[in-house]
Design a protein around this ligand. Structure first.
Ligand code: B1M
Length: 212
């Protein structure tokens, strides 16, 4: 049986070793990798996301939980890669052109990975055309953009406009976020979605993709 509680306790402790061995034990007992991912790691990471959203834990705790979760993902990755014919939904994530802040973007990426998405990290200082190229190359369903500076926010609009001009509007959903970004701004620039924090980014993406 996959005990999400055990995973959650290990994630809250940030115990890389515990998460690794829990994952390995389950694989050895014959549990399926996708079940371990969804019933164990993802469910446990959901608990982390909820506590973060409710201000019961803060960024450092989320980062150590995410690091521990990565240890479990690393164990599962080769097994999943072998067994999955339909790969996970891909999301291109980056910080917009002119902007070097990446802590929030990385947190969003970790939460998305924790929810079972495959994140293509485009990095920082990402030009609109680079977002589009990455989305095309990877067959991504979502482009996620982060901006922390009022001076770089408008780069989001450039990307939205370019995505539409490239004929990808609607096919590739665009989600924006970052400290100065608001739902109203997202609406004004024609983005499909907005999230104020990393946990909400996961629910926003799922909603846009009709995944609940
Ligand atoms: Co800079 N910086 N910074 N900085 N920096 C801010 C953003 C600033 C508010 C500080 C201040 O003046 N009070 C200010 C911006 C002012 C403004 O434009 N309104 C500022 C400035 C001015 C600058 C420089 C211009 C300073 C200078 O050189 N004169 C310069 C710009 C460099 C550049 O980008 N071109 C600069 C540089 C830097 C550092 C390199 C030193 C460093 C970044 C290191 C790094 O990221 N690797 C840095 C830092 C650390 C900050 C502060 C202190 C912290 C930002 C952070 O990581 N927060 C910040 C002040 C502050 O916020 N207290 C500041 C934690 C992070 C988890 O939160 O990124 O908001 P955040 O992410 C959240 C949500 O916003 C959301 O989820 C995350 C988790 O909940 N979210 C998304 C983020 N992206 C999302 C995407 C989504 C959905 C949700 O969908 C795709």
């Amino acid at each position: 049986m996959i005990d999400a509680e055990k995973f959650a306790q290990a994630l809250f402790k940030g115990s890389v070793d515990e998460v690794k061995s829990l994952t390995q034990e389950l694989l050895q007992r014959g549990e399926k990798a996708d079940q371990i991912l969804n019933q164990g790691l993802v469910k446990a990471m959901d608990q982390v996301g909820v506590k973060f959203k409710n201000n019961e834990i803060y960024i450092p705790e989320v980062l150590i939980a995410a690091r521990a979760m990565h240890a479990g993902l690393a164990v599962l990755k080769p097994v999943l890669a072998k067994s999955s014919s339909s790969s996970a939904t891909k999301i291109v994530l980056g910080t917009v052109r002119g902007d070097l802040h990446d802590i929030g973007k990385n947190l969003v990426g970790m939460m998305l990975e924790g929810a079972g998405f495959e994140v293509v990290d485009a990095g920082i200082d990402v030009a609109p055309e680079k977002f589009i190229q990455a989305a095309k190359e990877n067959g991504a369903k979502v482009i996620g953009m982060s901006a922390l500076l009022t001076t770089t926010m408008m780069q989001m609009k450039s990307t939205v406009d370019m995505v539409k001009a490239a004929g990808l509007g609607g096919k590739v959903k665009i989600v924006v976020g970052g400290a100065p970004v608001t739902a109203e701004f997202a609406r004004q620039i024609g983005a499909d979605g907005f999230a104020p924090d990393a946990a909400s980014a996961v629910s926003q993406v799922k909603e846009l993709l009709g995944m609940g």
